[in-house]
Design a protein around this ligand. Structure first.
Ligand code: FAD
Length: 420
């Protein structure tokens, strides 16, 4: 879709210029002209009293899909540190590239200022190439600045797929880039596939999906992007058959990071950005960390989660004590969140956070499928539950059958003894 001005109807009244929040309309002589800052937000269309502005639909088949090659992973960095999810996505990108062809490459895209040193980490986690966009104006993330340089780079280098972590920044950036490029975006994916057959393997196990119309021998190489829909009650698989690149954001903690190959290298491609101060509408004066307690479940190495078995909200005092003792973070089941015992930011599971810690303690949690969906890839699972038949024991590496109010204080005591 694109916004266009119908020159024969434009009266040069400038109402559209005033209505545009993005300074995307300029007057050239007596005619309004849309520039590259347009986000197709539509504000100008009703503002024009002469019906001189309209939206065009992209004609089918106008994009030559064969021009687009390779998989790009947006390697989000903050203050010179690559986000864990970017490394997970480089691993996933490698898996997908193998399903596309032997020639398909996985490329990390790093945007920032003085960030060249980060390329090494991307190579060591599996990137074949790194596209590096550096400029002092890109020191801190801004929606305008980062969108501009990424859109320019995508137009020039034509990646077939671009994936972003579904972080706060990824969720802000990816839709803006998609709108500028006139392509689709599937947000918050939990599964990506290329081959129909590998997608079917997954879909058959997941009984909410109907695969009866799929041909396992199809050579379709489009990206199948799966995400929970309708509050997690079904999984939807979304394709982007007519435009490129195919774009997704992916939840942190869902994909597998590759084993780090120390010393691995690849091709570093420096992209010179065309960016000016006037391209960025906001000015960052200071970055202040929120005073609110931040729950970083995705990066936690140890998580102590409590469920309905705690009985009431005060049970989380014991879970917090336990977590502090073992150097962990407090998680919870949805039942505990729904009961109002703890904030949703602690919830683990299908409609909460997906986690992959070294040790996951499930205390008074039954092990419903929606909870398991968010924690079953943890390295070690320890379950404490008074019901020996609780389903959580089926995924647990260590199970303790007993009352959590007796078991957890004993673990804390043992820990103290070991420390003494
Ligand atoms: P329960 O199932 O009630 O289990 C409590 C457990 O505690 C029992 O096994 C009991 O034996 C044990 N227990 C009781 N007292 C003690 C004690 N003193 N000591 C030791 N053990 C004790 N759930 C999530 O967690 N995360 C999600 O993201 C999520 N998303 C969902 C999305 C959808 C669309 C739906 C329909 C549901 C979702 N759920 C989710 C809810 C999920 O189905 C379960 O209802 C929920 O996980 C149950 O939480 P629980 O295990 O704490 O409670």
């Amino acid at each position: 879709m694109a916004i266009i001005v119908l020159n024969d109807k434009c009266k040069g009244c400038k109402l559209c210029v005033k209505a545009c929040p993005f300074e995307a309309i300029e007057m050239v002589g007596k005619l309004a002209v849309i520039n590259e800052k347009c986000t197709a937000c539509n504000q100008c269309i009703p503002a024009c009293k002469f019906d001189a502005i309209t939206k065009t639909e992209e004609k089918e088949g106008t994009v030559d899909l064969s021009e687009y090659k390779n998989i790009w992973v947006y390697a989000e960095q903050r203050k010179g540190k690559i986000m864990n999810v970017a490394l997970e996505l480089i691993g996933e990108g490698r898996r997908l590239s193998r399903e596309i062809s032997d020639e398909a490459k996985v490329c990390a895209l790093i945007v920032g200022n003085n960030v060249e040193a980060l390329a090494k980490e991307c190579f060591e986690y599996g990137a074949d190439s790194v596209y590096m966009i550096e400029d002092p104006l890109l020191e801190n993330y801004t929606t305008d600045g980062y969108t501009k340089v990424i859109v320019d780079a995508v137009k020039e280098h034509k990646p077939e797929i671009v994936i972003y972590g579904a972080t706060h920044i990824g969720r802000d950036l990816a839709p803006r880039v998609a709108a500028r490029l006139n392509t689709g975006l599937t947000a918050d994916c939990t599964r990506l596939d290329i081959k129909v057959s590998s997608y079917m393997d997954y879909a058959i196990k997941n009984t909410t999906l109907d695969v009866s119309t799929l041909d396992p021998n199809s050579d379709d190489k489009g990206l199948k992007q799966t995400r929970p829909a309708f509050g997690g009650n079904l999984m939807a698989t979304i394709i982007c058959p007519k435009t490129r690149p195919q774009m997704s954001t992916v939840r942190p903690g869902v994909m597998q990071k590759r084993e780090r190959q120390a010393g691995a290298t690849g091709e570093l491609i420096k992209v010179k950005p065309a960016i000016a101060k006037s391209d960025i509408k906001i000015e960052i004066l200071d970055i202040v960390k929120s005073a609110k307690e931040i729950v970083s479940l995705t990066d936690a190495e140890i998580i102590c989660s409590g469920g309905r078995g705690l009985g009431d909200s005060s049970g989380f005092e014991l879970i917090k004590k336990f977590a502090d003792k073992v150097g962990g973070v407090v998680g919870s089941s949805r039942a505990a969140v729904d009961a109002g015992w703890i904030d949703h930011s602690h919830q683990v599971g299908q409609t909460g956070t997906t986690v992959k810690p070294k040790i996951y303690f499930a205390c008074g949690i039954s092990g419903a499928i929606q909870h398991l969906a968010g924690m079953q890839t943890s390295d070690i699972i320890v379950a404490i539950n008074k019901d020996p038949d609780a389903p959580i024991f089926e995924v647990a590496d260590y199970g303790i059958v007993g009352d959590l109010y007796k078991v957890i204080p004993q673990i804390i005591e043992q820990w103290d003894n070991a420390e003494a």
